[in-house]
Design a protein around this ligand. Structure first.
Ligand code: ADP
Ligand code: MG
Ligand code: MG
Length: 212
């Protein structure tokens, strides 16, 4: 594998933005059932802002950590919903995980992935089983790290992450929301996929596609 440079990272955000745009209506519909129906809009605003801010960077003169911090700031500024600070923290932690690197090797991508999941967990204080995006992000990061440690290629490790995210998002159907807006519904949140877990799958799928 050739190392992932800032051009590849920018490409990754382009792929995420396109995937989120295509998924926007479904994400709003999912949020309409147990939340306030804005999740697709929030994610689209966030990743479009990221794309615009990266467009203005001189990639050849930019380190991966700077690109990721730029992405974090623009996501935070663009999004008023809960997903704003959660993804901004994920991206800030991603930036910290690759600080000092000119380009990313497979191990750096895995570290970045784990840092993102941990950032969301630290920011939102959600545990597994509380019906949030953490139910997709955490098992995905764990699966990627386990596959990488067992000697899998980056592509294989990211595929494992995506499969785990999909299982995790599906499992939120049987969970009662305990964090965020939908926790007000209590048991009435049962039977519905969490929108943040659903969008996590979309983001992770785009990362998998663009980085592998
Ligand atoms: P809002 O609820 O403010 O409208 P969004 O609709 O953008 O925000 O995002 C809702 C999603 O955010 C939820 O589906 C859930 O996955 C996620 N979420 C909410 N609170 C938390 C939290 N404390 N930790 C992790 N994820 C959370
Ligand atoms: Mg919402
Ligand atoms: Mg909202």
């Amino acid at each position: 594998m050739t190392a992932i440079d800032t051009a590849r990272l920018k490409h990754m955000f382009d792929v995420i933005a396109v995937a989120i745009e295509a998924d926007k209506d479904r994400l709003c519909q999912l949020d309409g059932v147990i939340g306030d129906a804005d999740h697709g809009i929030a994610m689209e605003l966030g990743f479009n802002a990221v794309r615009d801010s990266l467009e203005r960077l001189d990639l050849a003169a930019t380190e991966p950590t700077v690109l990721l911090n730029t992405a974090a700031k623009s996501f935070l500024n663009a999004v008023g919903a809960s997903s704003g600070p959660l993804y901004a923290t994920a991206l800030m932690r991603a930036a910290a995980a690759v600080k000092g690197k000119a380009a990313l090797e497979g191990a750096d991508v895995i570290a970045m992935f784990q840092a993102m999941a941990q950032g969301i967990k630290d920011r939102g204080k959600a545990e597994i089983g509380e019906k949030t995006m953490i139910d997709a992000w955490l098992p995905a990061a764990e699966a990627a790290a386990a596959a990488h440690a067992a000697g899998s290629t980056l592509a294989e490790s990211l595929d494992a992450a995506l499969a785990a995210a999909e299982r995790g998002a599906e499992a939120t159907k049987d969970m009662i929301a305990a964090k965020g807006r939908s926790s007000r519904l209590g048991e009435r949140s049962l039977g519905h996929i969490d929108p943040g877990a659903a969008s996590a799958v979309t983001v992770i799928a785009a990362m998998t596609k663009s980085l592998a």
